[in-house]
Structure formats: C-alpha cells, structure tokens
Design a protein around this ligand. Structure first.
Ligand SMILES: [Zn+2]
Ligand SMILES: [Zn+2]
Length: 261
C-alpha cells in the first residue's frame, strides 16, 4: 500500500465547498475525507457541526462503481471537555474507518480567532495543551492526534519557548498518544502556511525519545488543489529524524507504508 492523505475536507464540512470528484481526478487507490465534527462551534456561530452521514454514505455508494478506489469513511473530531458523551453517542451510531482527534476551540472561542491575540500567549497555550491532555484521557475514540500546534498558530511561539515553558505538558500529551497507540500527524497547513515546521522539529524527536513511532501526513486540504500538499517536504522532515515509515488506519487495522517521495 502506498501512503494516502488522511486529512482532508469536502462540502460536508462547514468550512469547505469542495466536491469529492475533484479530489478523485488522480484516481487514488484509497480515499478518505475527514470532515469536521465540532459541537457548539465558535468558528460557525456556535452551531453543532456534524457531517451528514447519510449524504456521505450515499455519495460513496454513487462514486464507488466509477473509480478504481477503495472508499473509507473519516471524520475530524474536535473535542471540548464536557462534550464526550454526546460525541460518543453519535459515533456509536455512525461508524467510521478513520477518526482524527483535534482541539480547535474551548466552547468560547476558536484557538485561531483574533481574540487570542488580546490574551497572554503563555496562558492561552497552557490552557490549550491542558485541554488536549484532558481530552486524551476522557475521549478514547480516535487514531490520530492532528495539528498539535493548532492553538499556537496565531501566537508566534519558538521551539525554544515550547521547550522552556511546555516540555512537561507536551511530554505528558505525547506519552498518552503513545500509550493509546495513536499516530502524531504532520499537518501541511502548520508546516507550510503557518510556518510551524520548527515546532515539529522540536516535537518529533521529543515524541521519538518517549517511544513514539507512528506518524501520518495530512494535507488538511479544504480544496482539491491542496490534496497531498507538501507531502515530499513533510516526508523529508521526518527523514531528518530517521523516520522511515508512516501509518494508515482502517477501522481496527493499521498498515505501515513507506514515506512518499
Ligand atoms: Zn483541524
Ligand atoms: Zn482539518
């Protein structure tokens, strides 16, 4: 199996209009969209954003005969403490092959909203990492921790600052990821657009030093032109640290694949 993009969005997300057919122009062997599930979402006027499962099922059934592609069902789950039961109830009735765990918001604001610029950045980051750590205890149902730096994207942190102020928090988070046998995502939006590659250069060896082995690449595309964006560059980053394989998830199965060239 070749590695395939395990983080991308379609019109089933509140913040994307993209259609499956555009992503499928390359006729990939496997395809999985990971649309947003974010309850009480400040990024969308506090709506409960839940991808329409029936529409997804219908769409995949319609596409399957026309493509040489194995279609999987994915979802990117944003979790705020207190929402776990409601999300679990939903997931129990709507099975997915791939579940991403994300921290996007805290019930009051999205960590990428302008309001974070009015706050003390160390305080925001501390609360963000504590939320992530808590959710890794209370929400058991996911295979990949996405964009660990999402809550830092507006805050201009250096790797030195992370090491000095948050190594304890990050080590705890990474230990939980390892214990749960989840993978750590290298996110193309973080790596490219938000220029946080250096934060990954700090976290990848930290994760490895604690025993972490499983990595994924995610374009986090919201439009088809970003499909598998920066995969060669992000694979190169992993190679810097002696990482030689990636992992793909399909329900309870896990497959090791080579790094894309
Ligand atoms: Zn996300
Ligand atoms: Zn995403």
């Amino acid at each position: 199996m070749n590695y395939y993009d395990q983080h991308l969005h379609t019109f089933l997300s509140f913040d994307s209009q993209e259609i499956f057919e555009n992503y499928l122009l390359n006729k990939p062997a496997y395809f999985v969209a990971t649309d947003h599930l974010d309850l009480h979402n400040p990024g969308d006027d506090f709506h409960d954003d839940i991808p329409d499962y029936e529409k997804l099922t219908q769409k995949l059934a319609e596409l399957a005969p026309n493509y040489p592609t194995t279609f999987l069902k994915g979802v990117e789950i944003g979790v705020v403490p207190g929402q776990e039961d409601q999300i679990n109830d939903y997931l129990n009735q709507h099975p997915y092959d791939l579940k991403l765990l994300s921290i996007h918001q805290n019930g009051k604001f999205d960590y990428m909203d302008d309001v974070v610029l009015t706050k003390d950045k160390f305080d925001v980051a501390k609360k963000y990492f504590d939320q992530m750590s808590q959710v890794l205890d209370t929400f058991p149902d996911a295979q990949i921790l996405t964009h660990f730096d999402y809550g830092l994207r507006r805050l201009d942190f250096t790797p030195q600052e992370l090491e000095k102020h948050f190594e304890k928090e990050l080590s705890l988070i990474l230990k939980k990821v390892i214990k749960r046998e989840m993978a750590l995502e290298i996110n193309a939006k973080s790596f490219g657009y938000y220029q946080n590659a250096n934060l990954y250069r700090y976290v990848i060896p930290l994760y490895k030093s604690l025993g972490g082995k499983f990595f994924t690449l995610g374009s986090d595309a919201h439009q088809a032109e970003d499909y598998q964006a920066l995969f060669p560059e992000m694979a190169g980053l992993l190679k810097e640290f002696g990482v030689n394989f990636l992992v793909t998830f399909q329900k309870n199965d896990r497959f090791l694949t080579e790094l894309p060239e």
